[in-house]
Design a protein around this ligand. Structure first.
Ligand code: URA
Length: 237
């Protein structure tokens, strides 16, 4: 990898600033001052220092995005803006969103290059909980709650697994499901005679949407959040 790209991916500054810093002798590779931004480095083994501080290469990257409506959950798309476009100029060439939210759905989306974690969060056999806040067209009643909690026929081979419902207001619920079928939440509400007018994912396994994160923005997962996902991965996610 090019040295300036490596430094850029550590979020140490803009590419042009970092180029200047390299040319000014502020970067060393294995103890030798590097003067060319194009210098190739072995990112996993070379010791790169920037302004005297060792830069530790991170193999796995985890971003928590507050997805807004209007962007698609894909790495690239011929017509629409994607969730990857929202990340801006950071390391993302090997990253991908973990699962899909519909174009009009908002909320928590994990973006990573950790394929094993992604698989475990999405695998139907792992029953990872996904919690959605749902605004509804009609008043939500007890009959609808009972049906969702039993599992409903949404036209697939099997009915959905039992869901958990928390009533928030007359027309708003938090619904927790453990599967990830196509348009699942909207189809479940439709099947019980209601309609989703707004949908937002607020939790995936132990990971909670950070409400201080404005729509369309993102942050790195904290060390604690990563550890929590990794711990849960080996136990009960
Ligand atoms: N269920 C839906 O219907 N849409 C989503 O985006 C996610 C879950």
């Amino acid at each position: 990898m090019r040295l300036d790209k490596f430094l850029r991916e550590q979020n140490l500054g803009t590419r042009s600033q970092l180029k200047k810093d390299i040319q000014a002798g502020l970067v060393s590779v294995n103890g030798i001052t590097a003067l060319s931004p194009q210098q190739q480095i072995a990112e996993e083994t070379d010791q790169v220092s920037y302004k005297g501080q060792l830069c530790v290469y991170e193999k796995y990257i985890y971003y928590l995005l507050h997805k807004p409506a209007g962007v698609v959950s894909a790495v690239r798309d011929a017509h629409d803006k994607t969730v990857m476009d929202l990340l801006g100029d950071v390391r993302k060439n090997d990253l991908f969103p973990v699962g899909r939210l519909d174009k009009d759905t908002e909320g928590l989306l994990l973006i990573t290059n950790d394929g094993k974690l992604s698989h475990e969060l999405l695998s139907p056999t792992k029953h990872v909980e996904k919690e959605y806040e749902c605004c509804l067209a009609d008043v939500f009643d007890e009959r609808q709650k009972v049906l969702l909690e039993q599992g409903v026929d949404i036209g697939d081979k099997k009915p959905t697994a039992p869901a958990h419902v928390r009533r928030l207001t007359e027309r708003k619920i938090a619904l927790t499901i453990t599967e990830g079928r196509f348009h699942q939440v909207k189809r479940m509400l439709h099947a019980v005679g209601n309609e989703v007018t707004y949908l937002k994912r607020i939790r995936m396994g132990p990971l909670i949407l950070d409400e201080t994160l404005p729509r369309g923005s993102w942050r790195r997962l904290t060390k604690e959040e990563v550890e929590c996902l990794q711990y849960d991965r080996s136990s009960h996610l």
